[in-house]
Design a protein around this ligand. Sequence first.
Ligand SMILES: [Zn+2]
Length: 305
Amino acid sequence: MIRVNKLGFLVVAGIFWTLSAQAQTAADSTKKTVKKYQARAPKTQPFGGSAFAASKQTTIRWLGFAGFFVNSRGTTFMVDPLLEGFDMPVLIDFPIAPKDVPRLDAVLVTHADNDHFSVPTNQDLKGVTRVYHSTVYVDSLMKNLGLPSVGHDIGDSFKFGPIRVKLTRADHAYQNAYPGMSKRRFRNEDACGFWIETPDGNIWATGDSRLTPSHLTMPTPDAIFFDFSDSEWHFTFDGAVKIANAYPNTPLLLCHWGSVDAPDFNPFNGDPEKLAKAIVNPGRIKVLAPGEPFTLSKLKKSTTK
Ligand SMILES: [Zn+2]
């Protein structure tokens, strides 16, 4: 999510700035405001065309923000790619530019917020992307942009190459809670997660969501694209810990953290060190640098539920 909290953040930041500016002027005009600590992603590992080549395995790369690139035995796709043009200051170098992406069999988008559905990125990927998949609502936005897109209901499945994807439930219709924010009445099914089955294991991209019972009763995934933002419209930190501990052996590929310069805006400020102290089996936390490869493998049967 982004819009309302960003506005709230700007208002609060503005008040804070005004007050602190007054205080500073009175006390010491040369003193600088100390910026709140913000966990930052490791240094980007850029990648290029060779990451899209034929392969005998499934390789996952975090793109920064909530984005991932997957090459599964030569079938390539991105989830929520944001590689340019964000409207807040960015802390990372993007690991690849859209113009350097040679081809994508699919782009999957979880919901319409601009940290997940990046209009400039998707427009610049249009020429190399075979098909875009999302919810029915986001599909309508994609069609307005002329993207080759397909909209799906929650629970529906689709395939490309050896990949089978099912839309999982999300609860992220925060817009309705803020009168005047949107003329449109948002529905939970406007946003989704993706359950992604590959030959080398199953990935769960949760999308942004409040915690629901269904998040704790999934089959055991072999990797989770893990959002641990402490935001009331996300899982909250405690809710993210519950998800992590419901699948206690699943690698957690951290996302939605370390990418945006917004120290007072919780949705972008997960801290991996705090997470490591809170969950079962913290060694499975993968603090990937943007672009760093992670090889997916199936969990041993004895460790699954
Ligand atoms: Zn988000």
